[in-house]
Design a protein around this ligand. Structure first.
Ligand SMILES: Nc1ncnc2c1ncn2[C@@H]1O[C@H](COP(=O)(O)OP(=O)(O)OP(=O)(O)O)[C@@H](O)[C@H]1O
Ligand SMILES: [Mg+2]
Length: 276
């Protein structure tokens, strides 16, 4: 975007880092509309007529057996699936009012939708540079970049833990710290949506709880979609939960209701088997 540079001097962090695709007025108006999404890898159908509305500023969990299509659905929301050879889909995904398939401004879209993966993936550069890299690409001044990095590292609780190591490689950080660094990196560009693909499954319980508390806090200002195998985690943090099986969205709704009174027998069986 040619005008990103104009945001770089003397503006608030919010203005500097975000360009939303559209203002969402109602606090929990749905921000992501998936309509009859059917997806294929080659001839293999992996999502079947999935229809789902994801409310803004809340956490929606996607649960279901391995191979049911959770990651494929998540990666289709931010177009990552499009990079997989043989992938194609029918139906639509609308985010912030725009069809992701035919976006005119992919760069702005990418900034609006951040992602965390199962394994932390810090870049091979210093801790500080991990957080400031995207801001540098947007032409934001070094002083401001460093301020934002401090703010973000503080937000994820890392600043006081690693204050003296900002110029060191992230490889010396624990898995939980690396994942929080990746979260700080994602937050630096002020996304509107965060996609989380089993972000805590490689972490110990303490790091997991820390990350969960961050997600809950972030939901005050952004929308989170959390793929998890950990049903207790979905119960702890998600406002809404969607249960998938064999590429189908079996049911979705209020998390407490879905766990206590599932409408579909398939959900009931899965929840009973996995809640422990
Ligand atoms: N790149 C690919 N090429 C072909 N098939 C794929 C590819 N990626 C995933 N699949 C298949 O698509 C189906 C859905 O996979 P997906 O990774 O979305 O499931 P998932 O619910 O995330 O599973 P898990 O819980 O194990 O992560 C599976 O049958 C999987 O084998
Ligand atoms: Mg997966």
């Amino acid at each position: 975007m040619s005008d990103v540079r104009t945001y770089s001097v003397g503006t608030m962090a919010t203005a500097a880092r975000s360009q939303t695709l559209e203002v969402v007025r109602d606090a929990h108006e749905s921000i992501i509309h998936v309509d009859r999404l059917t997806a294929f890898y080659g001839n293999k159908r992996v999502l079947n007529e999935v229809t789902l509305k994801i409310p803004s500023n809340q956490i929606t969990a996607l649960i279901g057996p391995s191979g049911c299509g959770k990651t494929t659905l998540l990666r289709t929301l931010n177009r990552m699936s499009y990079a997989t050879p043989g992938f194609r889909h029918e139906g639509t995904v609308q985010i912030l009012g725009q069809d992701v398939r035919s976006l005119k401004d992919v760069e702005t879209f990418r900034r609006s939708v951040g992602m965390l993966f199962q394994r932390p993936n810090p870049f091979p550069m210093s801790i500080l540079d991990n957080v400031t890299l995207a801001l540098k690409l947007f032409g934001i001044s070094k002083r401001r970049r460093n301020e934002i990095a401090e703010e973000m590292l503080g937000e994820v609780g890392l600043l006081h833990e690693i204050k003296d190591r900002l110029h060191q490689s992230p490889s010396s950080l624990s898995g939980g710290q690396q994942q929080r660094l990746c979260l700080a990196r994602a937050l630096a560009v002020e996304p509107k949506i965060l996609l989380l693909d089993e972000p805590a499954s490689a972490l110990d319980p303490k790091s997991t709880r820390l990350l969960e508390s961050l997600f809950v806090r972030l939901a005050e200002r952004m929308t989170l979609v959390l793929v998890t195998h950990n049903l207790a985690q979905a119960k702890r943090v998600a406002h809404h939960t969607a249960f998938m099986e064999s590429g189908e969205l079996v049911e979705w709704g209020d998390t407490a209701e879905l766990f206590s009174a599932p409408k579909d027998e398939r959900t009931k069986v899965y929840v009973e088997e996995h809640i422990g």
